[in-house]
Design a protein around this ligand. Structure first.
Ligand SMILES: *Cc1c(COP(=O)(O)O)cnc(C)c1O
Length: 380
């Protein structure tokens, strides 16, 4: 079905984020149905979109929360997620963040280094608590995605390198306030080659056996997130193939009896339900290039500027014959470009433009650069 903006929103001041809650609900239903047969536990990665109306729906659908800052842990609790469904990852957790998460008695810390484990042990001891911990390992598995969103290679800052794991595990004996409950890995984002998840599974299988040989049985395996979406054809593929995704772990991950397998999906849950809606301010023609200058820019959606990523751009007003445009924002940076040489129906000042698949890593990354006002979010 072609994209349609609810009629009353054509009068809404631009730019704004429009969230299609019906599509979100359909996505959550599909995810629930796909996760159920294998009893996969889904933690939604808040950093993709942390707007309360969206979080509340995800919480009500029965999912947990994957957080990467103290602010996100607090937001998850505010949205109604139960602490025992909250996990906290991140290479640089501050003492204050750890203390708050310990006090809330969250389910698990995904620990990324030896010094972090030592601090967790110390702070948990001071609170008279035990920190449940999954070791985030760096499996050195290539996610075949953009370099900035690849996280599971030796060269990346994330996780514990395999070469260091033996030392880390031996060191656990000296950390009485830390309880090892699982292994965690997150190899990257916008992964569309599902074979990466098979490779991850095989690596986790090896590590699990290796840990068992050293007397560590793990009640939990957390395979992270990263499932990609179709940025090119959002209307043909509005909901990712969750069944194929879980199928990779069903097939390749050696789950022990009673062991829980967790996934942490962000983008795949919320990307397609969000659209950045903007108006054309000016059409400007130079010798080589025809620019459509929008009232939205990298301050509302930075992904094209930051990662060179593609978003489908549609003119919602014009039915005229097509021309080629560079679609740019008003910000004083040349990287403030949503797309180059994009074909659109002939575009004029005042036309409404939709930038699609912007529900994940869109609004959450917005900034006030150039003293821009925050774009409103509307839900329908
Ligand atoms: C960002 C992140 C996720 C979610 O990634 P998506 O690609 O949005 O699914 C999951 N786990 C961790 C640890 C993350 O940092």
């Amino acid at each position: 079905m072609a994209f349609q903006l609810p009629a009353e929103l054509t009068q809404q001041p631009t730019p704004f984020y429009y969230y299609d809650l019906q599509l979100l609900d359909q996505t959550l239903a599909a995810l629930t149905a796909a996760a159920r047969p294998g009893n996969f536990q889904v933690h939604y990665a808040l950093k993709a979109n942390s707007n309360l109306p969206i979080l509340q729906r995800i919480q009500q659908a029965g999912f947990g929360a994957d957080c990467v800052s103290g602010g996100e842990v607090q937001r998850a609790l505010d949205a109604g997620f139960s602490p025992d469904h909250v996990v906290f990852a991140g290479v640089g957790k501050s003492d204050a963040e750890i203390n708050r998460a310990l006090a809330a008695d969250i389910f698990c810390f995904n620990a990324e280094s030896v010094p972090e484990l030592q601090v967790l042990n110390e702070l948990a001891g001071a609170q008279g608590r035990t920190a449940r911990v999954a070791l985030r390992i760096n499996p050195n598995v290539d996610a075949h995605t953009h370099a900035y969103i690849t996280t599971g290679l030796d060269a990346n800052k994330f996780g514990i390198n395999l070469a260091d794991l033996a030392g880390v595990v031996e060191g656990l004996d000296n950390l009485p306030n830390v309880e090892l409950i699982g292994l965690h890995a997150h190899i990257g984002s916008q992964i569309t080659e599902l074979s990466a998840f098979a490779n991850l599974s095989r690596k986790l299988n090896e590590l699990q056996t290796w840990l068992e040989d050293r007397g560590h049985r793990l009640p939990h395996l957390n395979v992270g997130g990263g499932l990609g979406i179709d940025y090119h054809q959002p209307d043909q593929n509005p909901i990712p193939d969750f069944a194929a995704y879980f199928g990779m772990f069903e097939q390749h991950l050696q789950r022990r009896p009673g062991q829980q397998v967790h996934v942490e999906l962000g983008r795949a849950v919320v990307a397609q339900c969000g659209t950045l809606v903007s108006r054309v301010l000016y059409v400007k023609e130079s010798q080589q290039t025809r620019f459509a200058i929008l009232d939205a820019g990298m301050t509302e959606l930075i992904r094209p500027a930051l990662y060179g990523s593609y978003h489908l751009i549609q003119n919602l007003t014009s039915q005229r014959p097509e021309l080629t445009y560079d679609i740019v924002g008003p910000i004083c940076e040349s990287s403030d470009t949503f797309g180059k040489a994009i074909t659109l129906p002939e575009t004029q000042r005042g036309d409404l433009v939709a930038i699609r698949s912007a529900g994940a890593y869109g609004e959450v990354m917005s900034s006030a650069y150039n003293l821009r006002e925050k774009a409103e979010a509307v839900y329908r």
